[in-house]
Design a protein. Structure first.
Length: 479
């Protein structure tokens, strides 16, 4: 007999198949401890296997968030293949394997494939039931399957794919769903944490609901979403930054809710509000271009928690700006919105962590900037604002409301070093977003010059100033 010829593609080390079982357990359980218990291993042993998997694939596979471990997009792509493989292996290792089609297209979502104690569908039956619901021609029936898919008990659930998420959000936007289904979908997502694929699908559905140009193809340079909470405190200093960027010659579109603080600030300062979009700085109410998406925001008041709709609103980019500048609080998965823009093929996008509802520099702590530029992604740390504690006290002007004070700072009638530092640093981030040639130092110098030149005689240093008088409208709209 001749020796067998070596295979062109050698078989994997059989010991590595155990790593695939561990990978599947981690995806199903979403926890190192629970996955270890399922496999009869210690938690340190499962942690070592996760380390081996990360080294093998060259991917972190899971990211820790405030709600647990979230699979990376790469890990999520392998979920159903792994689940089908391990499920089939378990079936084949039974004393007398049952006749079944190999590698079922609807693998059970649970590691425990037996029927639950006390009755009810087993894991395989539940998976087939969800698959049938997802294939229904009736939107409400499909959405019921998606809600059950993401909101079931631990070990009997999985995230939606991008296509499923697009379908689910589209059903909700077309008002084909019962309100309870929409609430269930958003609560389940908030409890577990929305994934990159889900948010990308939601964004596709939301942008398909209105007639807007693709990102990067419209007439706007910078898209600056600002969906502030009605309970937001303080003045909208980022709008003064947007005014500086517009005065530098760039077209800036701010969008948010009608009659909110941002809308009122535009009206207070005599700035352009849609439909007069020809100005370099303009505000566009979501109720005018995507009312269905805007209504999703109201769910938050009914369930008293933020929802995935807030992320979607920030990603609308209604005029197809070439760059988006978003804000994200440092909760959950850092850089999620940046990664979604990358996944969707958007040319450029920046996410400044700190405030949840808008991109604005903060007076305390180091902030992170998540960057996307023509396919390249990177993260940066921004330095603390250089303002002494003695300068952080706002000028005493109790007779003026926050918008009057906000405008007075712009007019130079009040000098507020902390507010001015926030405006300049935020403007520097925005200027770097619209001009890749600017270094951080050059952007700060440009922001400083724009601030000093915004009005003749404006002051930019000091710790006080005269009490402001009622605002005078900038004859050029400030921009």
């Amino acid at each position: 007999m001749t020796d067998p010829q070596p295979l062109e593609t050698p078989l994997a080390d059989p010991a590595q198949f155990r790593l695939l079982v561990a990978f599947d357990a981690l995806l199903v359980e979403g926890s190192v401890g629970r996955a270890a218990a399922r496999m009869g291993l210690s938690t340190p042993a499962m942690s070592r296997m996760l380390k081996q998997l990360r080294s093998h694939y060259g991917d972190p596979l899971f990211e820790r968030t405030g709600t647990g471990m979230i699979p990376t997009p790469f890990a999520e792509e392998l979920r159903l293949r792994l689940r089908a493989l391990v499920s089939e292996a378990n079936a084949l290792l039974a004393p007398r394997p049952a006749k079944a089609a190999p590698l079922t297209p609807h693998p059970p979502l649970s590691l425990d494939e037996a029927a639950p104690f006390g009755g009810g569908p087993d894991a395989a039956m539940l998976s087939r039931r969800l698959a049938r619901a997802s294939a229904s021609p009736e939107g409400s029936a499909r959405l019921s399957g998606y809600v059950a898919m993401i909101g079931n008990a631990a070990g009997r659930t999985r995230p939606m794919t991008e296509e499923e998420a697009e379908d689910a959000f589209g059903i909700a936007l077309r008002d084909e769903a019962h309100p309870i289904q929409l609430g269930g979908l958003l609560v389940a997502l908030q409890s577990r944490g929305v994934t990159e694929a889900e948010l990308a699908g939601f964004t596709r559905a939301a942008r398909a609901s209105f007639d807007g140009p693709p990102p990067g193809s419209g007439p706007v340079d910078l898209d600056w979403p600002a969906y502030l909470s009605p309970r937001a405190q303080g003045a909208p200093w980022f709008l003064l930054s947007a005014r500086l960027v517009a005065r530098a010659g760039y077209r800036v579109l701010v969008h948010g809710t009608a009659e909110g603080l941002v809308h009122r600030a535009f009206l207070h300062a005599g700035l352009s509000v849609a439909p007069a979009r020809q100005e370099r700085l303009c505000f566009l109410p979501v109720e005018g271009f995507a009312p269905e998406v805007g209504r999703m925001r109201a769910v938050r008041r009914l369930i008293q928690m933020p929802t995935a709709a807030q992320f979607v609103l920030a990603l609308l980019n209604p005029e197809g700006a070439r760059v988006s500048l978003l804000g994200q609080r440092q909760l959950g998965r850092p850089g999620l919105q940046r990664d979604v823009m990358h996944r969707l093929g958007w040319p450029e996008g920046f996410v400044l962590n700190g405030l949840r509802d808008v991109a604005q520099a903060l007076p305390d702590g180091v902030q992170h900037l998540f960057c996307l530029r023509h396919g390249a992604t990177w993260d940066e740390d921004l330095p603390r604002l250089a303002v002494s504690r003695a300068e952080q006290t706002r000028a005493a002007t109790p007779e003026f409301n926050r918008l009057e004070y906000w405008q007075a700072v712009w007019d130079g009638e009040v000098t507020d070093p902390m507010a001015e530092a926030i405006v300049r640093e935020t403007a520097a981030v925005a200027l770097r977003a619209v001009d890749a040639r600017l270094t951080p130092d050059a952007a700060r110098e440009m922001a400083q010059r724009l601030w000093q030149e915004r009005r003749p005689g404006a002051r930019s240093t000091g710790s006080g100033g005269p009490a402001p008088t009622p605002r005078a409208t900038d004859p050029a709209g400030g921009d």
